[in-house]
Design a binder for this molecule. Structure first.
Ligand code: F6R
Length: 364
């Protein structure tokens, strides 16, 4: 049932504050500001490496996880898309554990990668939304998301719930490995608890985003740029747009712009820059200047400070609430989803059932 929404995708975008909260409640005691006990087949403190694999949007959640685990917990992460992972004959060290990410828990390539790791004798964990799935059954431990059934083929709420789980695992790993202080740990827990509220505030930008989407619906190509965790998020924004609107979109690391894609920039090319005011903000601003100098239309997604300090004239600036670094990818996912959604609505595509796509990819 879509309730009072036009499409499941819209409904699922709007459910996010609630389902993120529901998901986090499994891992965190909001009131006590502490972790809930987790059944763990391995000890984060003793791990040498974490290997992550998944497909599509779930892979991009894993890629954001790599930044978190490495930065917070000093835990090296290898990550690959499952269709490559399964055939690469990867040597897996005994001190490694594997983490798989999947909404359905049935994706053929991810499942094959999971079985490869099992056979190699390392611990297997999975972040899945469907508790009765094959991946859930075949894992040593399941870290569930509580997104509820996701009907729209393009993943929205499952993605942000995956991020919520992975962020809390990374913070927990940091605490276990002693790479953060007790104070820092408490602060991370507080930040996670704040994610549902900030996601709710992001939804309030709907009107403005609808207006920007009206512009996007006129073009054939869109470039998305970001640095750090906003680089995978830029790829996710691009994936969402191409899936539901059929507009060609690419997500790039902002620093890679001058190594090729800058050749595409002209007055007809919208460039969506995902750039909260963080440690790499100034670097991203210099990439925006390169775009502006070539007449590219910049759509900047940032916070108040970023909007004030971006010394570049953007065509549109979408301003999100101030968001702690850890949870920024969760909050910034929402405007990207809404942008894809409204663009698709303007294009008149079948938003919930885009052509050629299936919700669960059980063949390779
Ligand atoms: C994108 C999308 C797909 C899935 C991918 C993996 O919007 O939905 O890219 O993320 O097919 O599916 P799961 O998570 O079920 O393994």
């Amino acid at each position: 049932d879509k309730g009072n929404h036009r499409h499941f995708m819209e409904k699922e975008i709007h459910e996010q504050p609630e389902v993120i909260s529901h998901t986090l409640a499994h891992y965190l005691d909001f009131a006590g500001g502490s972790w809930r006990p987790l059944d763990m087949p391995f000890d984060f403190a003793k791990l040498d490496r974490l290997t992550i694999s998944a497909c599509g949007t779930a892979y991009l959640a894993g890629l954001i996880g790599k930044y978190w685990f490495e930065r917070l917990a000093r835990l090296p992460v290898d990550i690959d898309i499952a269709s490559e992972f399964r055939y690469r004959d990867i040597p897996l060290a005994k001190g490694a554990a594997a983490l798989f990410v999947s909404q359905s828990g049935e994706t053929a390539d991810t499942l094959a990668s999971l079985r490869y790791c099992r056979k190699a004798g390392i611990s297997v964990a999975s972040v899945v939304n469907v508790r009765e799935s094959t991946m859930a059954r075949e894992s040593d431990v399941v870290f569930p998301t509580f997104a509820g059934p996701e009907i729209g083929v393009a993943s929205t709420k499952a993605f942000t719930c995956q991020l919520a789980v992975i962020a809390s695992l990374a913070a927990r790993a940091a605490a276990a490995r002693g790479t953060i202080t007790r104070e820092e740990e408490k602060a991370l827990i507080r930040q996670l608890c704040d994610a549902p509220r900030l996601a709710g505030q992001a939804l309030e930008l709907q009107r403005h985003i609808e207006k920007v989407a009206h512009e996007l619906a006129q073009v054939r190509h869109v470039l998305y740029l970001g640095r750090d965790t906003n680089y995978p998020l830029a790829m996710e924004g691009a994936l969402k747009l191409k899936e539901v609107s059929y507009i060609h979109a690419e997500g790039y690391a902002a620093g890679e712009l001058k190594h090729g894609p800058i050749a595409l920039i002209d007055e007809t090319m919208p460039v969506i820059v995902v750039a909260p005011h963080n440690r790499v903000f100034e670097k991203t601003v210099s990439n925006m200047q390169e775009v502006a100098a070539r007449g590219g239309k910049i759509i900047l997604i940032t916070d108040g400070k970023g909007a004030a300090q971006a010394s570049v004239k953007a065509f549109e600036t979408i301003v999100l609430p101030d968001t702690p670094d850890l949870i920024a990818p969760i909050v910034y996912a929402l405007p990207l989803q809404m942008l894809a959604y409204f663009t698709a609505v303007f294009m008149g595509t079948d938003v919930d059932q885009p052509r050629n796509l299936a919700k669960s990819v059980t063949v390779e």
